[in-house]
Design a protein around this ligand. Structure first.
Ligand code: FES
Length: 238
């Protein structure tokens, strides 16, 4: 298990445009992934498609595009207000802490994408509480790392090491079939995200960016796509 490595590809970057799209530069791979579920519980991910490689591209942030996941300029006619309202304090300053016997769980609820992966097994919180048992500890680490939003982070209690599974630098366009909605953009591997005012967000191994336009913590997803029943072209119209 490794701590997320420092970026050695500084050109891979996402820039939030004022009331517009995400401009992605540095040949960041773009894939489509579906949430896999069993009995109503999200248990994993399935890669469905790889989008053609592009040096630079713009991804829709307003939810109105006719060419998902790419921007087609609809934000202008829709009068999209993309004001970035996310709390910019570092993750560690805004999370609740749950101490288990061998693991510490950090939980920041405002950026939860509500994919439900944390409910696997007996749930991340219960698993951490029983992390003195080797199998529960491993399950807790796996469950936490399947959370795309980075709401949950687990650290070894003794060493303080963040137990993050290494992820390739890429973006996954999420679909959530068993909820009948399209989800956010899962940004993996520590890609830099720069706000429209030029400030860089904390670089993290796992974050999700809103692409429905309804989040209250833009540019991050807060699960509002479920409330508004967001469906892009891949899921068809209701
Ligand atoms: S995509 Fe999740 S809140 Fe917009």
């Amino acid at each position: 298990m490794n701590i997320m490595s420092e970026s050695n590809e500084p050109s891979r970057k996402i820039t939030v445009m004022k009331d517009g799209p995400y401009v992605v530069s540095g040949r960041v791979p773009l894939v489509k992934e579906n949430i896999v579920s069993e009995g109503g519980i999200s248990i994993g991910w399935e890669k469905m498609e790889e989008h053609p490689e592009r040096k630079t591209y713009a991804l829709c942030r307003c939810g109105q595009t006719g060419t998902p996941p790419y921007c087609n300029g609809s934000h202008a006619s829709a009068g999209f207000n993309g004001t970035e309202t996310a709390d910019r304090a570092p993750f560690s300053k805004r999370c609740k802490v749950l101490e288990g016997p061998s693991l510490t769980l950090y939980d920041r609820q405002d950026i939860c994408a509500r994919t439900g992966h944390c409910q696997q097994r007996t749930g991340a919180w219960t698993l951490v509480k029983h992390s003195d048992e080797a199998d529960k500890r491993e399950e807790a680490i796996g469950v936490v790392n399947s959370c795309p939003s980075g709401r949950l982070v687990v650290r070894d209690k003794e060493t303080g090491e963040a137990l993050e599974m290494p992820l390739e630098k890429e973006i996954a366009v999420i679909q959530h079939p068993h909820r009948g909605v399209s989800g956010p953009l899962w940004v993996r591997g520590g890609i830099s995200i720069v706000s429209a005012d030029g400030e860089q967000y904390e670089t993290r191994n796992r974050v999700t960016l809103c692409r429905c336009g309804a989040s209250k913590v833009k540019p991050f997803c807060d699960g509002s796509h479920i409330n508004v029943g967001f469906r892009d072209g891949s899921l068809g119209k209701k």
